[in-house]
Design a protein around this ligand. Sequence first.
Ligand code: UDP
Length: 240
Amino acid sequence: MRTEVLGVEFDAVTMAEAVERGMAMLDTASPDYVVTPNPEVVMVCREDPEAARAVANASLVLPDGIGVIYGAKMLGRPLPERVPGADFALHMMERMAASGRSVFLLGAKPGVAELAAEKLSARFPGLRIAGVHDGYFKEDGPVIDAINAAAPDLLLVCLGAPKQEKWMFENRDKLKVRLMAGLGGSLDVYAGVVERAPERWQRMNLEWLYRLKKEPKRLGRMMKLPKFLVCVAGERLSGK
Ligand code: UDP
């Protein structure tokens, strides 16, 4: 079942259900990909039809960000819970490690994916790192060749939104991977280059505030959040 929030159709799933669906996709031949829009990405999709199409074509659309959960609630069609992309992929990799499956890490600044690979291998013994590549490449061809030579089960595409969504949509038929997930800055988090908010902040749904405190330059981007809530309120009042 999908729930629409300002034009983006989200899958109404819990984290556990999302992981089950993701694991099942590892066994299908179709070029599936997962996207994890937050309110900022929802707002981008309203202005960028290519981004909107890339998101709409995903096999799984997960609500990353408490703003989406509030928005859905305000619209009277609540989503079960927040499903952050970075956590979704960790759960997937934990399950994949048990059966010796492989992952390819694509994105972030040079050196970060290597560091993330080391940390993930130590955390999930049994998980195979099929390869890594930074996210600052000019041509897709050589990167796609490298990924196809490694033929991973899961490809983490961490190029920032909406670049990663468009990249997965455009290249999905050329890639020999079972599943892809667009995960923004997750490799920075796995590598320990950027820290995740402490658990207490996460529990209070204040992860966004912690990130803003650490990186005040994100304020411009985050101004999309109040805009998002104003649009939700507008839709609610107009009875859409
Ligand atoms: N990035 C990249 N290639 C690019 C632009 C960005 O690999 O051309 C990476 C960047 O280094 C960072 C991630 O994409 O690791 C985006 O992180 P951000 O925190 O902006 O994304 P969010 O998690 O907010 O979507």
